[in-house]
Design a protein around this ligand. Sequence first.
Ligand SMILES: NC(=O)c1ccc[n+]([C@@H]2O[C@H](COP(=O)([O-])OP(=O)(O)OC[C@H]3O[C@@H](n4cnc5c(N)ncnc54)[C@H](O)[C@@H]3O)[C@@H](O)[C@H]2O)c1
Length: 373
Amino acid sequence: MKIRTGIIGIGSMGQGHLKTLLNDVPACEVVAVCDIDENRLTEAMGKGLLDVNIRQFTSYTELIDSGSCDAVIVVTPHPLHPEISIYAFGKGLHVLCDKPVAITVSGAEKMIAAWKKSKVKFSTMYSMRSTAVNKVIKDWIAQGRLGKINRVDMVCTKWLRSQKYYDEQTWRGTWKGEGAGLLLNQAPHNLDLLYWWFGPADAISAQASTRFHNIETEDEVEARIKTKAGFPVRFYSSTGEAPGMDRIEIVGTNGTLVKDGSTLVFHELENASDNVIGESAKGMVEIPCTVKNVEVPQAERGHKIVFRDFFDAIISNRENSGMISPGDEGIHSLEWANAMLMSSVEGREIKLPLNRKKYDKLLDDLINWGKKL
Ligand SMILES: NC(=O)c1ccc[n+]([C@@H]2O[C@H](COP(=O)([O-])OP(=O)(O)OC[C@H]3O[C@@H](n4cnc5c(N)ncnc54)[C@H](O)[C@@H]3O)[C@@H](O)[C@H]2O)c1
């Protein structure tokens, strides 16, 4: 069985998804594509990605109303994600909406409400959840292997972007076109992992700045997330650093797990640190520690895995929550990203849940202001 699928937005990522769906996802049959810019369709044809069996549209409503698709992949600029997805849900189509699902938590809530009224699957593209090293970390935390977690530090700067990247699409790096910069375009992948691993937060404080590019929106953020579980997560990301790092330290009472790219190392303590702190007869103490490489299995990863899972969930009518990257879970990293921007603009810690109305007003003000942070 193949699911008849349309792709809405045939820009750089849309063409990438088209290639992946044609080559690596047997349960998907791409039957239609849509872009308001006909040049993007011509470009895709020039690359040999479209043939006569794939219908071409310049209006997403026409594609959805054509009856030719059972599912759509939404890959337009993010401010359009809710509008297009809500239209598709209303017509009974399954939706995989690329990240971020929306630019405001209030927008994501409207999407989720529309999806809940439908009987379709809703996924998003948090493909880093499919990476083996990230799954091993998830398992270690779930199994409590680190003991009680004391702190987490994440540095993710493998997002180097040139000025050309922002200049080549007018929407990028603008408040109106994207609603934020790094926080909504690149960092959502990392924020999603943090939520996936460590769960919800009580409060967030952050400093976002525009340091490396001539754009309005932020290209650097440092943040402190107070998790409900009681430990702090420090987070740094930028699109202006080289060589990029993808590094996490998770410090628990049993030792420290360090991810550096695809490698994972455990600094295992001989005695749990909380026991030594509570019970040692000495004042100044050191705990013997063994450094061990953690085995990470070789496995396929990336967009194709999330796509295969989405189509399998449709065919087998699996629970939405059983997918690798359920669409409604996209709201969590989005709420954190919104809170980080609000904290930076207002210079204070933001308690969660975020005040939706105040955030929408703040974004309107930034759009009207139209200047860099
Ligand atoms: N999952 C990932 O790893 C990943 C990577 C890159 C981008 N993305 C996401 O993909 C989305 C698109 O990013 P991009 O870099 O491909 O941008 P892009 O500008 O290259 O492509 C967007 C396309 O959408 C088209 N479009 C705009 N309005 C439309 C409408 N109303 N109907 C149909 N088409 C419309 C544009 O003409 C353009 O061709 C963004 O939300 C981005 O966050 C995800």
